[in-house]
Design a protein around this ligand. Structure first.
Ligand code: N01
Length: 546
């Protein structure tokens, strides 16, 4: 049992219908829907509260990059109407409060065992059940296992020589202390300039004595232009809500974007439109013109525009040059959304170190040493990201039919039919898994779609007395090939991004999310055809092709 646990309890055992791993937005809705269906369910959550990503990522400046009004569940109309977001882009505490509110409103908390990590899950073929074991001694047998483990939930810090000798405090943005951190009077090193670094650096710099940013790859970032939400904003949202719902329940948009042709426009027209989208702010900048993600010429126009904005904002030309991304097309690494990021480099207490020119050689007890200089520091902040999309799943010792190990099944990269189920691992579902739109979509919408699809599938199984559903390996291969083909038509594979697994040494380079159109329709069609591409069985020996 975890030391200092808030949750004393006896280990759980016996047979239930479903286990859900994770109590973020995916796990919460899944648990709610399973209970609504009359199933016996157990949720397991490593943290001591709900909220998933918003529970762990409490670093200063953590904020959603999807407008708050759209970052809400759509399944509870009364909740939608009652909950009042205060800002265009909600900050982490408000989103965590929302998750807690939902858990209380729907009494979901009693379904969850907190401070509990699932260690293993083994499929018992004789019973068509999963045996799930946790670090608190639980051993439950469940018909269905649902992994709501999140896409960015396994923080990773690089193995820099000497890091273990560092005498000051060390933090990771993805596992931030709940009590907060006071950097007043401190000299702080921040390593990493992805979304987490870009959001936290301005906040840390406003408090600390000095911040040295160690940047390996500069990133494209668009100002959030965050504002308080007014009554008019909310009234406007409700006016367009039916269209929004029609869109999110529709066939699935993919990464199409605006059809307007940048190359047919004059330079003045191009610039005016980029200015307009820059003024609105946020990730929607990538929709300024059609083809930003598929056509390198259009992409260059967008990238040049942003590089120009960086040069206009950052006063020191050398620092501006270092901050201008040149090694990947804009948008092919997750575009960042910031508040005063580039402006922060005009502060006298911020230094930027370009690790491409002077790599880190070692961390010393009170300093970071690069090939050119030694930087004394009191505190180290790793904003170095996550083992995305697969890390949390592979951290569980999952054995499917015939004892097949998930690590083996995914040795060449993650494979999942529709991003929902894995061949060889019956009765197991992933919420927003690799091969689904997931991290390239509004996560809340995708979570709802997956939860509802899984619920439909379980209802179908119960109605027909099926005890097993298993993805067909050939259909899975076809889907994985399709996911890759669609990605190859875009510029995404050109970046060494976490979408490609490129941030983890040794991780297979496969573009993990699905960016094609019509994903929702495809999932609905599969279900309507009696779960096409799945084999359904009433008993272990009785198999019906779906
Ligand atoms: O992580 P990242 P993140 N030495 O992987 C650098 C979501 N999110 O936590 O690019 C030095 O993007 C690495 O450098 P490089 C969002 O989807 C959303 O920032 O590998 N540096 C990079 O600069 C996002 O994309 C929000 O060369 C090293 C950084 O660390 C995702 O989470 C907010 C290094 C890691 O960037 C992940 O973002 C925050 C090393 N050895 C996060 N290793 C919202 O706004 C890595 N780096 C909602």
């Amino acid at each position: 049992m975890a030391d200092g646990s808030k949750f004393e309890r006896a280990p759980k055992s016996g047979e239930i219908d479903a286990v859900v791993v994770g109590a973020g937005f995916g796990g919460l809705y899944m648990l709610h829907k399973l209970r609504e269906l009359g199933l016996s369910v157990q949720g397991f959550e490593a943290g001591d509260g709900v909220g998933g990503t918003w529970y762990w990522n409490r670093y200063p400046g953590a904020r959603c990059d999807v407008p708050s009004l759209f970052y809400s569940y759509t399944w509870d109309d009364a909740l939608q109407k009652e909950w009042r977001w205060t800002e265009k882009y909600a900050a982490q505490p408000e989103i965590l409060a929302y998750a807690n509110h939902v858990a209380d409103r729907h009494d979901i908390r009693p379904l969850i065992a907190f401070e509990t990590r699932v260690l293993s899950a083994t499929f018992d073929e004789a019973a068509d059940r999963w045996v799930v074991v946790t670090d608190r001694g639980d051993e439950l047998s469940a018909r269905w296992l649902i992994l709501a483990t999140g896409c960015l939930s396994t923080p990773r810090a690089p193995a820099i020589p000497g890091v273990e000798t560092f005498a000051g405090e060390t933090y990771h943005t993805g596992a931030w202390p709940h009590e907060g951190v006071d950097f007043t009077g401190k000299t702080v090193a921040v390593i990493g300039t992805g979304s987490s670094g870009i959001q936290s650096i301005p906040q840390i710099a406003a408090q600390a004595k000095h911040v040295t940013v160690f940047q390996r790859t500069p990133n494209f970032s668009v100002p959030a232009n965050n504002t308080p939400l007014t009554d008019k904003d909310i009234a406007d949202f409700w006016k367009m809500y039916p269209d929004y719902i029609a869109m999110v329940k529709g066939p699935g948009m993919g990464f199409g974007g605006n059809p307007a042709n940048a190359l047919a426009a004059t330079p003045e027209e191009r610039r005016a439109r980029f200015e307009e989208f820059w003024g609105v702010g946020g990730a929607g900048f990538l929709a300024a013109w059609g083809g930003i993600i598929t056509d390198i010429e259009v992409n260059d126009e967008a990238a040049n525009f942003v590089r120009g904005k960086i040069a206009e904002t950052v006063k020191d030309p050398e620092t501006a040059r270092r901050l201008q991304p040149r090694d990947h097309p804009i948008g092919t690494k997750r575009i960042c959304v910031d508040i005063d990021y580039f402006e922060t480099y005009n502060r006298p207490n911020v230094t930027l170190v370009n690790l491409r020119e002077s790599p880190i050689e070692a961390i010393e007890p009170n300093a970071v040493r690069t090939s050119e200089a030694t930087y004394p520091v009191d505190a180290l902040v790793f904003a170095t990201g996550f083992d995305a999309m697969t890390g949390a799943i592979l951290a569980i010792d999952i054995k499917g039919a015939g004892g097949a190990e998930i690590k083996q099944a995914w040795a060449e990269g993650p494979k999942a039919y529709l991003g929902l189920a894995i061949a060889g691992f019956p009765n197991m579902f992933i919420i927003t898994g690799p091969g689904s739109p997931s991290v390239l979509s509004n996560m809340i919408n995708s979570i709802e779609q997956h939860v509802e699809w899984i619920i439909g599938c379980i209802e179908h199984m119960r109605e027909h007395g099926f005890t097993r559903i298993a993805a067909d390996p050939e259909m899975q291969e076809k889907w994985v090939a399709h996911v890759r083909r669609v990605a190859d038509k875009t510029l995404f594979p050109r970046a060494a991004s976490w979408y490609m697994g490129a941030n983890i040494p040794g991780k297979p380079r496969v573009f993990m999310p699905y960016i094609g159109v019509g994903y929702r329709k495809k999932c609905a069609d599969v279900a309507a055809a009696g779960y096409e591409g799945f084999a359904l069985a009433k008993e272990p020996s009785d198999v019906h092709a779906g």
